[in-house]
Design a protein. Structure first.
Length: 569
């Protein structure tokens, strides 16, 4: 029995579990989506942009296809260039909706598999490694982020960083340069996946390094320091070389962001969040949805049974260095995840916490502290796997199977996700996937209704499905304001200002010569070649406005009323 368990096909089990979570999407991968609002269409747009830009011979780091005519520095956004490039065949054969769903499935499966594979170093028994991978890859953090944030749920790389650092700093059995090259490549891959995850991984690594030095300061000698310096130096050098282009564009390219994007102070884990399950657990509570910055962010839950088991394992095997480091590391990172002020049961108290220091550090000031919950899970997954592996090697599991079977049930049941996720038809107007869209001259500006702007980001999906045929004003994007601070609002055009009321059922205000002239000037300035009004609430009001403005009705096709305009003279 033990031999059979040790050979569990863990990656296949992880994949099967992940498929269960996204099963409704497989009714039609090319038409189903989690939401046609907020982050989902934005992510769809980003996933398609990199292969499109490279196919056109363009650098993917910037674009003028959104926020026209100024354009956008996409490196300040969740561009996902590496996942988008790797999934390009799926995007070409299917579309960005299929790519998004498959990446969401792989996010869970690959994250769990990565941890399972890395745990071989400390926990050779297969079922112990399986449990560690299961906890990391299907943690409440990932289940919560998986509802809306694909970039934050692709977290297969942090365990690999842990493995590389263990080799460079602790084991030192391989050549320092080789280990450093691997770390450099892995880190670069994370930059091209999600820079925020790299920033939070850096914080967790600093915590681990401080604890490592505190535990083994007597063993630190010149030879070990030289090896570590060579490995880390090699990694830093390679990373500098590889990342020079994208990071150079981000920091010194067009329209960089020089100030904080959002106030991250409200996004800290609640003190009770670690023991009170939220809506994304099967046995969770909807009443705590606003803890930790909202249900999408609140992924700090571990549960009382798991915490008791972890305390038991930490105390029983405290003589092991890896147990001491991961137990203390999980505790330290959990404190950091609480944010700048202590929140208890949804009420924030004026009690400063250590995470407030991060707010003053460059490039870390936008980090949401609650997202450090990922590394609480990473440390605890290692602790769990090592502890269970030791219990097995000592024969404890065999002697007390019933007891530990009950413990396993008590630990796992509260962590079961409230799956599957909800999926719904994207209901994209067929105009954007038909030949009609090709009547718009390639790479020219088209005014759309609605304007792509949070939370109405749906037009970004339409543009991606139209293979980026046209450029668009607006966009659910981070752009610099007049002071250089990041903003999601950007510059509001006359078109957006006039049509925005229609989306909430108010009459558009264009029926005077001043506003009509402003819109005509804007159309000429942007060299607008098409106006596209989709069949969405308020469309009749916008159609009436444009008909009066242009003196002719539009052409209806595939859920869109379109006007095609000649080039500006």
């Amino acid at each position: 029995m033990t031999r059979h368990l040790a050979r569990w096909p863990a990656p296949l089990i992880y994949l099967a579990l992940s498929l269960v979570g996204h099963l409704p999407a497989f009714r039609s991968l090319t038409t189903m989506t989690r939401c046609t609002c907020r982050d989902a269409p934005q992510t769809d747009w980003f996933l398609g942009w990199t292969p499109y830009a490279l196919g056109e011979g363009r650098a993917p780091w910037t674009t003028d296809h959104l926020n026209a005519p100024e354009g956008v520095n996409l490196m300040w956004n969740t561009l996902l260039p590496l996942p988008g490039l790797l999934m390009a065949p799926v995007t070409v054969i299917g579309n960005v909706l299929a790519t998004h769903t498959l990446l969401a499935v792989l996010g869970f499966a690959l994250s769990a598999t990565s941890m399972w594979w890395v745990l071989r170093r400390w926990a050779p028994w297969g079922p112990a490694r399986f449990l560690g991978g299961l906890l990391y890859g299907f943690s409440p953090y990932l289940v919560a982020q998986g509802t809306d944030h694909l970039n934050l749920s692709l977290v297969a790389i942090p365990p690999l960083v842990l493995l590389c650092l263990d080799e460079i700093l602790v084991r030192q059995r391989r050549r320092a340069v080789v280990a450093g090259l691997v770390l450099g490549v892995v880190t670069f891959a994370q930059i091209l996946t999600a820079e925020e995850v790299l920033a939070s991984t850096f914080i967790a690594c600093v915590v681990g390094l401080v604890l490592l030095l505190a535990q083994h300061r007597s063993k630190v000698d010149r030879k070990r320091v030289r090896h570590a310096a060579a490995g880390l130096g090699t990694a830093a050098g390679l990373l500098t070389l590889l990342a020079a282009w994208p990071l150079g564009v981000q920091l010194a390219g067009p329209r960089p962001v020089t100030g904080p994007v959002t106030d991250a102070s409200t996004f800290g884990a609640d003190l009770l969040g670690i023991v009170v399950p939220g809506k994304h657990q099967l046995l969770g509570l909807d009443t705590i949805n606003e803890w930790g910055g909202g249900s999408t962010e609140n992924g700090s839950y571990l549960g009382v049974p798991l915490l008791l088991l972890l305390v038991f394992l930490a105390l029983r095997y405290r003589h092991l260095a890896v147990v001491r480091l991961t137990a203390v590391g999980a505790l330290v990172v959990w404190v950091l995840s609480l944010g700048r002020r202590l929140a208890i049961a949804g009420t924030t108290h004026d009690i400063p916490l250590p995470s407030g220091v991060l707010a003053d550090l460059p490039l870390l000031q936008d980090l949401s502290a609650v997202r450090l919950s990922l590394y609480v899970v990473l440390f605890t997954a290692v602790l769990l796997a090592v502890g269970v592996d030791r219990l097995h090697s000592e024969g404890v599991l065999q002697r007390r199977r019933v007891l530990f079977g009950l413990v396993a049930i008590a630990v796992v049941v509260p962590l079961i996700p409230n799956w599957p996720y909800d999926y719904r038809p994207a209901d994209t107007p067929s105009y954007f996937t038909s030949d009609q869209v090709n009547r718009i001259p390639h790479d020219t500006v088209a005014l759309t209704y609605p304007v792509p702007r949070f939370p109405s980001s749906e037009p970004m999906l339409w543009q991606a499905l139209a293979d980026y045929r046209y450029r668009s004003v607006g966009g659910y994007l981070i752009t610099p304001d007049e002071q250089g601070r990041g903003t999601f609002r950007g510059g509001t055009t006359t078109w957006e200002r006039l049509t925005q009321p229609a989306a909430v059922g108010r009459r558009v205000q264009m029926y005077n010569t001043v506003t009509a002239m402003q819109l005509r000037v804007e159309i000429d300035r942007l060299d607008v070649r098409a106006i596209l009004v989709a069949d969405r609430p308020g469309a009749d009001l916008v159609i009436e406005m444009v008909t009066v403005l242009l003196g002719r009705p539009g052409e209806s096709s595939g859920g869109v009323t379109a006007w095609y305009l000649p080039a500006s003279s």
